[in-house]
Design a protein around this ligand. Structure first.
Ligand code: ZZB
Length: 260
């Protein structure tokens, strides 16, 4: 799997994170949450960034001035792929639980929300996929839509401000079958009411991927009017050239036998 790893710079730490990080980061460095995405062309629609509340993240030195927040597993892969400045060397300066990252304000490159987006909890984030950080595009990802909907309904329970989960969802990709809010239509059609509707969500994701990729046309940004198929590699390259993203590969998943 070749992902695009996106650099979402921390603009403001949540109080919990500040406590966990005290004295551990050198002065004047930039820290980034780094989600892995397969859909760089949807990044205009980012409204928040998800972490698993019970996942443990590390803060890793990527270069003298830049540090990445990802799982240990992703950091090992990154080191192996030559992404860190010091060849294949991993330097973890701090550890932090996802729940302590919730509430941070991070920059979302390309997003129409250009003042930054909030870090929010998503219980279905897998620690074994990508970087364990997920950028949220509720217009085009059914998983993201049902998660922000649920968070907004039970903001107190999740310990967040309701507005953080209610950032405006802009239409960014037009499709013949589901219109320009693909996820909204699919969540409704497949009667998805909770992030726990795993089967239906899997199906919705598949349908959204196919429709978006093969039939989608961009409605916003520099490549407005172009098909997703055409625009996707250009948007990806533009992010990489701007230093806002880098290629990240997931090693082939090992087949684990049932007996262990
Ligand atoms: C932005 C985005 C916009 C995504 C979209 C999807 C969609 P796959 O196919 O299962 O590999 N993701 C990445 N890492 C994780 C994780 N650790 N746990 C849970 N979800 C994760 O899925 C890859 C996609 O799943 C990634 O692409 C990321 O969300 C999420 F409009 O990034 B995506 C129809 C999907 N639309």
């Amino acid at each position: 799997q070749e992902y695009t790893a996106l650099k979402m710079q921390v603009l403001e730490w949540a109080p919990g994170a500040q406590g966990a990080l005290e004295d551990k980061l050198p002065d004047g460095v930039d820290v980034f949450l780094v989600p892995a995405t397969l859909r760089p062309e949807t990044l205009y629609g980012q409204t928040c960034c998800f972490v698993g509340p019970t996942i443990n993240y590390g803060i890793f030195r990527a270069s003298e001035r830049e540090y990445y927040v990802v799982t240990d597993r992703a950091a090992r892969n990154m080191a192996y792929q030559g992404i860190f400045a010091r060849d294949s060397e991993i330097e973890k300066v701090a550890e932090i639980r996802g729940s302590d990252l919730v509430g941070c304000l991070v920059n979302a490159p390309l997003s129409l929300h250009d003042k930054g987006v909030r870090v929010l909890p998503m219980e279905t984030v897998s620690p074994l996929k990508g970087t364990g950080v997920v950028t949220s595009v509720p217009s085009d990802s059914p998983d993201d839509l049902i998660t922000v909907t649920t968070l907004a309904k039970k903001a107190d329970y999740y310990g967040i401000e309701r507005e953080w989960a209610e950032a405006q969802i802009y239409p960014i990709i037009d499709t013949p079958t589901y219109g320009d809010l693909c996820a909204t239509v699919l969540v409704k059609e497949l009667k998805i009411t909770s992030p726990k509707d795993v089967k239906q969500l899997e199906r919705a994701k598949e349908l959204a991927y196919k429709e978006g990729y093969y039939q989608g046309t961009l409605k916003v940004g520099e490549y407005r009017g172009q098909t997703v198929e055409m625009a996707k590699p250009k948007i990806r390259q533009q992010l990489i050239d701007a230093g806002a993203a880098f290629p990240y590969c997931e090693p082939e998943r090992k087949v684990i036998s049932r007996s262990g």
